[in-house]
Design a protein around this ligand. Structure first.
Ligand code: GDP
Length: 376
């Protein structure tokens, strides 16, 4: 039965057939600010302590590991502070892994390869973390390495952990964060770490400075075998693998292999005593994968036997100490407001040739000294 109330709306009257207006409801009370405050306070209270993070990581809890990596990647000083405490506590449990760098131009098949090799590794009962260094990902919205769907099988493998590249920041900053993430992953029990990077820029050098083994993926192409990848990157490679050696590309891949082997002969001998190899594989067909794995094994037993493995890791630790100092000094200098103001002024004066570049730099550094002294 329709009550009186129904007709209180003029549109519900008989002259407006076909249009019913329902009775409204009381407006909801506005959001209680105190409850919001309580919620935020509880959220803070519920945030994990450093020790809880460390315990979670050591127990192999992936959710906690991911949260810790997010802190490592954050640029907020309060996050960085916690992240550094977690890293320090995880350090004694790190180091126990094989770190492998994988590079190659976009489209060469890096993700397909990582998936094939990754499954090969986890099938043997290992735990694999796949990290990436892609400082350009902010520009490309993470499309190169941030796209998890490219490794569908691996991303649902309980023994694999895939973490896209930290996006924002300089190459040095992004690389340092990845270096720190390695520590956390190792502490969480990942005994194999892949670091993927796009073989087009400077990031290979950064990757090289944090891995034990460097794999360069290449394509066989008509006459372009040595193009696209800089000679310096080839020199870093412990193994060059020609991917997509399948179908009617098998022969071309074989020819490319010979060409690369000839090119490698011209390179100076390596410090490790290892003679870089060239192999072929099809990441798609999963052929040639176990051979590469055996080659990596062979490399590891050589360098562990002759002391190069530890020597390289020591050198890398030193490198990252200096890198971190350099990065922090740079940030503290360039992000200082007084410095920024004087920098702008000085730049103008240098351009107008009112002062020399060296005097301008000296003045800026003197100001920085003064700021630091006053702070202490
Ligand atoms: P990335 O950009 O280096 O990560 O390359 P992807 O792994 O995304 O591969 C690029 C394209 O090459 C995709 O279409 C893959 O299916 C294809 N691809 C990758 N590996 C192989 C392979 O071994 N053989 C063939 N025929 N295609 C491959």
């Amino acid at each position: 039965m329709i009550g009186d109330q129904f007709y209180r709306h003029i549109e519900n009257g008989p002259e407006f057939s076909g249009l019913n207006v329902n009775q409204g409801i009381e407006p909801l009370p506005s959001v209680d600010e105190n409850s919001v405050k309580r919620f935020l306070k509880n959220k803070k209270k519920n945030a994990l302590s450093v020790q809880q993070f460390v315990d979670g990581i050591l127990n192999g809890d992936i959710t906690i590991l991911s949260q810790a990596v997010t802190l490592v990647e954050s640029s907020k000083p309060e996050h960085q502070e916690i992240a550094q405490e977690i890293i320090v506590k995880c350090l004694p449990f790190s180091g126990n892994s094989v770190r492998i760098g994988i590079t190659g131009v976009p489209g060469v098949g890096k993700s397909t390869f990582i998936e094939a090799m990754g499954k090969h590794i986890t099938a043997k009962g290992n735990k694999l973390a796949v990290l990436a260094i892609d400082p350009s990902s902010e520009r490309t919205k993470g499309s190169i390495l941030g796209d998890k769907t490219r490794m569908e099988d691996l991303s649902i493998d309980p023994n694999a952990y895939i973490r896209p590249s930290p996006s924002a920041g300089s190459l040095g900053g992004v690389a340092r964060k990845t270096r720190e993430t390695i520590v956390l992953c190792e502490a969480a029990g990942f005994n194999h770490i892949f670091i993927e990077t796009v073989g087009v820029g400077q990031s290979e050098t950064a990757v090289h400075s944090m891995v034990d083994f460097f794999l360069l993926l290449m394509l066989a192409g008509a006459g372009d075998e040595l193009q696209g990848i800089k000679r310096g990157i080839m020199e870093m490679a412990d193994v060059i693998t020609i991917n997509k050696a399948d179908g009617n590309n098998i022969e071309k891949a074989g020819l490319a292999r010979v060409q690369y082997m000839n090119a490698l002969h011209l390179f100076p001998p390596t410090d490790s005593g290892w003679k870089p190899r060239v192999t072929t594989c099809s990441a798609y067909m999963k052929t040639g994968i176990s051979e590469i794995w055996e080659t990596i094994d062979e490399y590891l037993s050589l360098v562990k036997g002759n002391g190069y493995f530890q020597h390289k890791r020591n050198e890398q630790s030193k490198f990252w100490m200096y890198e971190t100092i350099n990065e922090q000094l740079r940030n503290s200098f360039y992000q200082n407001e007084q410095i920024k103001t004087l920098m702008e002024e000085s730049e103008g004066k240098v351009l107008k040739e009112e002062i020399s570049s060296f005097v301008a730099a000296r003045k800026l550094l003197d100001l920085y000294d003064k700021i630091k002294k006053n702070n202490i």
